[in-house]
Design a protein around this ligand. Structure first.
Ligand code: FMN
Length: 192
């Protein structure tokens, strides 16, 4: 692997507040194709993505805000306002779900969710490599059945996993501090 590919992986960061331009169709195709390279036990390809742009993002905001309230989850006027202000600028969004193929009883559901998460990680890194920013959110009614169903992901066959927004950062930001990997890694040698 080239030095620059490693540097891309080391410099990725999430950016919530993005604006146009977002990836064009060719760039989005490339980004989504990297999701197909995620590790995937049993080749189930459980990842599913719904593309939302412009008006569709505003319709989702309307739906998610209303359905969240109707589900009895707190959505203050201030939260509504900040959510709408955020989404008004977002040029492109992916709704992410894991398909649960019930005909396969061999691969545990956790592994399918992990494969879908790995696919999203590829998307986040690919967007960064193409010069865009991205952010994974489990807000916007992720855990509200009505929202999942409206996006085509009923809970019988899918686990809804939230949204990835993609675009150009609204503000430049200093990269966050990252921990030293040695805090999280130890070697097991087999002897006590
Ligand atoms: C599955 C998943 C769901 C997330 N949902 C949210 C969310 O709803 N709100 C939020 O502030 N961050 C959420 N995050 C965290 C951000 O996407 C991001 O990872 C975090 O701000 C740290 O930034 P970094 O990716 O640059 O380390 C989520 C992350 C994951 C993996």
């Amino acid at each position: 692997m080239s030095d620059s590919a490693i540097q891309y992986l080391l410099s990725r960061r999430s950016v919530k507040f993005v604006q146009t331009p977002g990836p064009d169709d060719d760039e989005l195709a490339l980004i989504l194709q990297t999701a197909m390279r995620a590790p995937d036990h049993g080749r189930l390809r459980p990842w599913r993505f719904k593309i939302l742009r412009n008006d569709a993002i505003q319709k989702l905001a309307d739906l998610a805000i209303r359905a969240t309230r109707e589900a009895g989850i707190e959505m203050t006027a201030q939260k509504e306002e900040t959510t709408r202000r955020w989404l008004k600028e977002v040029p492109l969004m992916l709704a992410v779900a894991c398909h649960i193929d019930h005909s396969n009883t061999r691969i545990p559901e956790d592994e399918r969710l992990l494969a879908t998460g790995a696919a999203v990680t590829n998307i986040l890194n690919a967007a960064h490599m193409l010069g865009y920013a991205a952010y994974w959110s489990t807000g916007l009614g992720t855990y509200v059945d009505e929202v999942n169903e409206a996006l085509g992901f009923d809970s019988l066959d899918y686990r809804f996993m939230g949204y990835v927004v993609l675009g150009t950062p609204i503000q430049s930001m200093t990269p966050p501090e990252r921990p030293d990997y040695r805090e999280f890694v130890s070697e097991w040698t087999g002897s006590k």
